[in-house]
Design a protein around this ligand. Structure first.
Ligand SMILES: C[S@@+](CC[C@H](N)C(=O)[O-])C[C@H]1O[C@@H](n2cnc3c(N)ncnc32)[C@H](O)[C@@H]1O
Length: 208
């Protein structure tokens, strides 16, 4: 297929990738707390917890939450763009004895990654909000194509105000508009000093 990206869009993608690679090259990136967020724990272990099934983690970093999901009975595939992150995630999952498939690839190009699904749960902790806008439709389409009936997406994202650049950040309105065939079921503000949100989206039942 012909590549229709503009020079500006290509620059944005390259700049984002460079920045991410620098974070992992320089050691442990600032977001890598090693702690599974309570919002994911609630979904997996809380009242009305999901039945374990197939999960796809988007932008898994060093794999903390992929290990958590696997330990709770999920069959997990985890994807990250940066090979250093993927290497660390593979080490972490192996050390934990967790059966996780960790793949290096772009969450906006899932057809190239080899993750057929279908998935019952998608988990994104701060990946989508850093994806350049021109790649976000492809991200949404990739998840929609791989969603099992009743699938859920739990996403944490920073609001646009949290960034110095004009392209990063995510809002509820954007997700509602972009994720056709999904219902934005919940938006809960995060506890960070800058605007952050936990979004829960449900794949709309085809019959509904
Ligand atoms: C802010 S970090 C969060 C990492 C991890 N979820 C955590 O909380 O520790 C965002 C992650 O998404 C990855 N990422 C960003 N854009 C991506 C893309 N298009 N495809 C795959 N991974 C991506 C980055 O490499 C990085 O590991």
């Amino acid at each position: 297929m012909r590549d229709t990206r503009t020079a500006v869009e290509l620059d944005q993608e390259a700049a984002v990738r460079r920045e991410l690679e620098d974070f992992y090259r320089d050691g442990t990136p600032p977001w890598d707390s090693g702690i599974t967020p309570p919002e994911l724990v609630a979904l997996v272990e809380g009242p009305g917890a999901l039945m374990p099934g197939q999960a796809l983690e988007l932008g898994c970093g060093t794999g903390t939450n992929a290990v958590y999901l696997a330990r709770h009975g999920w069959r997990v595939t985890a994807v990250d763009l940066v090979d250093r992150a993927v290497r660390q995630a593979r080490e972490k999952t192996a050390a934990a004895g967790a059966d996780v498939t960790v793949l290096c690839g772009d969450t906006t190009r899932l057809d190239e990654v080899g993750v057929p699904g279908p998935y019952d749960l998608f988990f994104d902790l701060s990946c989508y909000c850093g994806i350049p806008p021109h790649r976000r439709d492809a991200y949404a389409a990739g998840l929609t194509k791989r969603a099992a009936p009743g699938a859920q997406l739990l996403m944490f994202g920073y609001g646009p105000e949290a960034f110095d650049d004009p392209i990063s950040g995510v809002t509820a309105d954007e997700l509602s508009a972009r994720f056709a065939g999904w219902r934005l079921a919940d938006v809960t503000p995060g506890t960070n000093p800058v605007p952050t949100f936990w979004f829960t989206l449900h794949r709309a039942d085809a019959a509904a």
